[in-house]
Design a protein around this ligand. Sequence first.
Ligand SMILES: *Cc1c(COP(=O)(O)O)cnc(C)c1O
Length: 439
Amino acid sequence: MNYRDTMNVNKKGHLQIGGVDAVDLVNKYGTPLYVMDESYIRSVCRAFRETVEKTYGEGGVAYASKAFSCKAIYEIAMQENMYIDVVSGGEIYTANSVGFDMKKAYFHGNNKLISEIKLALNVGVGTFVVDSFDEIDLLDSVCAENGIVQKVLIRVNPGVEAHTHSFIQTAKVDSKFGFGVKNGYADEAIDKILGKNNLRFAGLHCHIGSQIFDKQAFALAVDVVTDYVVRLKERGVVVDELNFGGGFGVYYSGDDPKYDVKEYCDYVALLTSSLKNAVEKKGIKKPFFMIEPGRSIVGEAGVTLYSVGAIKEIKGIRKYLAIDGGMTDNIRPALYDAKYDAVLANRANEKATEVVSVAGKCCESGDIILKDIALPAAKRGDIVAVFTTGAYNYSMSSNYNRNFVPPVVFVKDGKSAYAVKPQTYEDLVRNDVSLEYKD
Ligand SMILES: *Cc1c(COP(=O)(O)O)cnc(C)c1O
């Protein structure tokens, strides 16, 4: 765990988040429960924005809302003067429903549906990040029908691929995302856009990966993309905006670096300084600068609380603690072997005395949330707190086995409030109907 001023262990030895005792949260809301630390989210938003302002100037920070999407988070993004990145009609609808200024939305996706394009135009989404030749034709024709000239970026594939602790520069052209810079597809896409009456080409977008710790990967992306801007300039194409996506790594477990908010800003500062240098050195127009972090804004803000139920020991092999949630609220361990850190929230000061695995309650052998985690000897009713579950947990949740998706509670200054209410059995059957064939 990466403790901070808004997440620590209180005098009772209980985990405390946003000034609220986790045991009190469990007594009030039950388990499983997603808890989000509002002050932390706001502090990251502010720090990122201020870093862009101080180190670069003209630019913005878009919250990549696929990481965690619900009405409350768009309200917070709005209050924090953030832009947002949206990837579906559902995200657009949710943001728009709380009055988010959709001019500040970037609409991504490799297969935007016609219905989603229409919704986006209808609510005035500011920027489309175009990702296929097909989309260029489709978007232009829908814009023409509606008398709109739409600002667009194209998503480019710069051939920089970053993973957690390393990156590679590839000539890899096999990706479902982006137009290749090296194979000429990006040139072709831009020419096509410039030939359309209802599209206005504004610049380039790239996103080189996720959970990246090697900051140099971002500097390399800036270098490759600005080289391309130089080539575009030679062809008479003006680039007003560059968007470098998201991907900043956060602490989950083990050797992951434990950054505080200031250190997260180093990612941003490296991007802006690389871009400023490139602008000077390469003699290009200083572009509007955008980034789109998701995980680094909400990831560490989230903690999931579970109750320990059945305990099963296979002598000499493994002890399983079963919890009342699992892959329905956190698919990441099953999906990509993601590792987490955890404590017993009601005994957070106690020494770990055994290594156990924490299993979910779903009917899947792979439904293991924590493999080999050191904890104090747990009993039924103890509370397991899993850290860094704010990103890609709730947003990837499901009702598999007809389990409930847990409610989401925000905490701040010693208070708590629902952001997403609990589901009921009635919710689970809401759209179910008895078969009634009609000819
Ligand atoms: C997922 C994604 C992001 C956010 O990535 P994080 O790793 O959560 O910061 C930003 N931009 C695009 C285009 C994405 O697909």
